[in-house]
Design a protein around this ligand. Structure first.
Ligand code: SF4
Length: 75
């Protein structure tokens, strides 16, 4: 299982992750990324399905500030 969340203390609102993985990431009013998949609310407690793992890993690789966190258990 894989879980993800954005560290908004280091996110620079570049917009890359939402383009790469639009089913997982959107942006709040300040432009900071947040995990929205299945209503996660950036809590890192919603399992990301296998079908979205490639998009997720691409977003992690593309984040310039390493703000997209991964874990194999809920945060
Ligand atoms: Fe923030 Fe990284 Fe997403 Fe850019 S790619 S918006 S820095 S989390």
């Amino acid at each position: 299982a894989i879980y993800t969340w954005v560290d908004q203390d280091t996110c620079i609102a570049c917009g890359a992750c939402g383009s790469t993985a639009p089913d997982i990431f959107e942006y709040n009013d300040e432009g900071m990324a947040e995990v929205v998949y299945a209503g996660d609310g950036n809590t890192g407690t919603t399992e990301i399905p296998a079908a979205l793992k490639d998009d997720l890993y691409d977003a992690v690789d593309g984040c310039p500030t390493d703000s997209i966190k991964l874990a194999d258990t809920p945060k």
